[in-house]
Design a protein around this ligand. Structure first.
Ligand code: PEP
Length: 249
């Protein structure tokens, strides 16, 4: 059985005080039976990590440098993230791909860097609206997945998580239907299964894109949906806690 996981991506929101309040409210709400990860902005990681000490909620980062050390001004390495208590790192988020020019090759190198330091990559894949309308969703998602498989190898996926995030559903209030989500999640698991059935059976594939407490049950009920990657709704403790509770059912 795959234990459901819900990850909250806070993106570039809030202040140190607000981050503290949010994490305290989440701790008070309780994690339930799903695994729960929160991914604050880099600068708040140590503070949030200290507040999470002894709690089941785990710490994640929103991005990472593909290199381990050196002259990379402004970057943060996977070793540094591990050092401040991160266990998970989001790689290839669509905003990184679209706004910061991250291509499949760079995302694959980031994925490998995360694994080198014993952290769990949450690899984001997903098509734009234009790509969906062109009927090339499966091709795009397969290409994004294969780029990482080519660099990291299938064994790496035993210690990784994949998040299917249709770009047109992120922050738009427009969610994929349960059927649309299941179709792509099954494709992802199927691609992995072609290389290793055991790894595919245990791989957690999260859905992301305007998940709320009100639509989580329908999305998470799909056989190949193992939880969610939550943006906007992870900034409200009540709402996020309710999503986590749904995932844990
Ligand atoms: C995200 O940022 O990964 C995301 C899914 O955002 P939202 O839930 O706001 O659509």
């Amino acid at each position: 059985m795959r234990r459901p996981l819900v990850a909250g991506n806070w993106k570039m929101h809030g202040s140190r005080a607000e981050a503290g309040r949010l994490v305290d409210e989440l701790i008070a709400a309780g994690a339930g039976t799903a695994e729960v990860v929160i991914c604050p902005p880099f600068v708040y990681l140590p503070d949030v990590g200290r507040r999470l000490h002894g709690n089941a909620i785990m710490l994640g980062a929103q991005d990472v440098c593909a290199e381990d050390i050196g002259a990379h001004t402004g970057e943060v390495s996977a070793a540094m993230l591990a050092d401040v208590g991160c266990r998970f790192v989001i790689v290839g988020h669509s905003e990184r791909r679209a706004l910061y020019g991250e291509d499949d090759a760079l995302v694959a190198r980031k994925f490998a860097a995360v694994l080198r330091h014993g952290l769990v990559p949450i690899l984001c894949v997903g098509e734009t609206l234009q790509e969906r309308e062109q009927g090339i969703t499966n091709g795009v998602v397969t290409r994004q997945l294969e780029a990482v498989l080519g660099v990291a190898g299938i064994a790496a996926f035993a210690a990784a998580i994949v998040a299917y995030e249709p770009v047109w559903a992120i922050g738009t209030g427009r969610t994929a239907t349960a059927g649309q989500a299941q179709e792509v999640h099954a494709l992802i698991r199927g691609r992995i299964a072609e290389k290793d059935a055991t790894i595919a059976a245990s791989l957690r594939v999260l859905y992301g894109g305007s998940v709320k407490a009100s639509n989580a049950a329908e999305l998470f009920a799909n056989p190949d949906v193992d939880g969610g990657l939550i943006g906007g709704a992870s900034l409200k403790a009540d709402e996020f806690a309710r999503i986590c509770a749904v995932a844990g059912k």
